[in-house]
Design a protein around this ligand. Structure first.
Ligand code: FAD
Length: 408
């Protein structure tokens, strides 16, 4: 891939830069260097930022025009991502909606469901993803929330979800539930769109160690979902969920940007503080800085690789996993170094102008390493699909074994 902008791309980039310069005062600027934005409490300001970006054509760039997008190219979307990161504009508050729920609705939804997409893109409606449960994360198909069809055709849902990002602000969620407990575990699942204000939906925010309340427990007690809110066919929910998960890995893995690990602020931070360290500590800090830069470059070039695949009209596979792994490594090494350079100040750093983000970033990295596929799961994918190692032993349910028994 040629890393230089073609003339049309350079013109588009300039257009995005001009917009960001002109509207800088109206946009929220966050800790663009890291994924977690500690100012999540100011949701309304973040909604206004997303609406302004959307109104000028910079959210859902590749989405069809009839559903609120621009009908643009993946390269244009990557340029927007890069320029937003460069300008340290806060991440999209409805990133779960735009990155995961929306693409799933566009692929599998009814026209009525798709008609909600412009409001999703503007963050007028925030969406959430109700997949993980206390006993089902990496092994998502083990989920136990049930949806039982009633005589009138509607579905009655009972169960508990957890880790549900922004459920406390969400108007809608996409919900994966078990509709046929007798089938093999991947087969008896169905996807629904759930109205988060429906009776029986209880959202309990969880407080994270970085100080934010980003995700929630969601309890579903006799929640009634009309059949018109089913997303895809009955018992075909695993296929629908794969659309979501594929988009999640792409969204979490960035789009040709260094994703949360912009090295420049760290270099500035280090340059200002290295002279305060002993000679020996300076050597160690320089080595650590080198490691961060290497991981940042690995993330950037893996991003370009993924972008090349997308630009050719294909779907990236393990590139997305590799990109997320190096992004997490760079974020972890960068946050650790930033805190080490501050020393004990990092604990109280919120009061020190401009430096508080290192402690917050350090406390956010473990979450980033889990969301969208844990490091171990991603390494399994790379081991099997890139290195050709023997597959992990997989524990199969009694139903799968029974089905296999019937077939043999
Ligand atoms: C910040 C954040 C936001 C999130 N947002 C959402 C959301 O909006 N919606 C949603 O549905 N979920 C969300 N999640 C949940 C996330 O998808 C799960 O946490 C993740 O899939 C891991 O599942 P688990 O927590 O159940 O851990 P487990 O799957 O129980 O894993 C526990 C440990 O075992 C390891 N492990 C598990 N299986 C294997 C294996 N086969 N080989 C090797 N090691 C293994 C894991 O790597 C991990 O270290 C979010 C999580 C975080 C941290």
């Amino acid at each position: 891939m040629d890393f230089e902008d073609a003339p049309a791309e350079a013109a588009y980039r300039q257009q995005v830069r001009d917009f960001l310069d002109t509207h800088s005062a109206e946009l929220e600027h966050g800790d663009g260097e890291y994924l977690a934005d500690p100012r999540l409490d100011d949701i309304e300001a973040l909604r206004r930022t997303q609406a302004l970006l959307h109104d000028h054509g910079y959210v859902g760039v590749t989405w069809p025009k009839e559903y609120g997008g621009q009908g643009g190219t993946p390269i244009q979307q990557a340029i927007v991502n890069q320029e937003l990161a460069r300008a340290s504009v806060s991440g999209l508050v409805n990133h779960v909606g735009v990155g995961m729920c929306g693409p799933t609705v566009l692929t599998h939804g009814s026209e009525e469901q798709k008609a909600r997409m412009p409001r999703l893109l503007r963050a007028d409606d925030i969406w959430c993803q109700l997949f993980s449960e206390p006993g089902a994360g990496s092994d998502l198909a083990a989920l136990r929330t049930t949806a039982v069809r009633q005589e009138d055709g509607a579905w009655r849902v009972n169960g508990q979800k957890v880790w549900t990002t922004f459920a406390q602000h969400a108007a809608y969620g996409i919900l994966l539930a078990r509709t046929d407990p007798a089938s093999a575990k991947h087969r008896g699942l169905t996807m629904f769109v759930v109205d988060m204000r429906a009776p029986g939906v209880t959202v309990v925010p969880l407080r994270q160690m970085n100080g934010a309340s980003e995700f929630n427990e969601v309890f579903l007690d006799d929640v009634v979902i009309p059949d018109s809110e089913r997303l895809g066919a009955v018992n075909d929910g695993w296929r629908v969920a794969l659309t979501t998960l594929m988009n999640e890995r792409l969204a979490v893995g960035g789009g040709g940007t260094e994703l949360g690990v912009r090295a420049e602020p760290l270099v500035r931070h280090a340059a200002a503080r290295l002279p305060n360290l002993s000679a020996a500590a300076q050597v160690l800090a320089r080595q650590a800085l080198g490691r961060v830069l290497v991981e940042s470059l690995a993330t950037r070039y893996t991003g370009y690789r993924r972008l090349t695949v997308i630009a050719r009209g294909d779907t990236p596979g393990p590139e997305a996993s590799a990109g997320k792994l190096s992004a997490v490594r760079a974020a972890r090494a960068g946050a650790d170094l930033g805190v080490r350079l501050l020393g004990e100040e990092a604990v109280y750093a919120r009061t020190l102008d401009g430096d508080w983000r290192w402690a917050v970033a350090q406390a956010s990295v473990p979450g980033i390493a889990i969301a969208g596929g844990t490091d171990e799961i991603l390494r399994n994918i790379l081991g099997e699909r890139i290195l050709g190692l023997p597959p992990e032993p997989r524990v199969e349910s009694k139903q799968v074994l029974a089905v296999k028994g019937e077939q043999s």
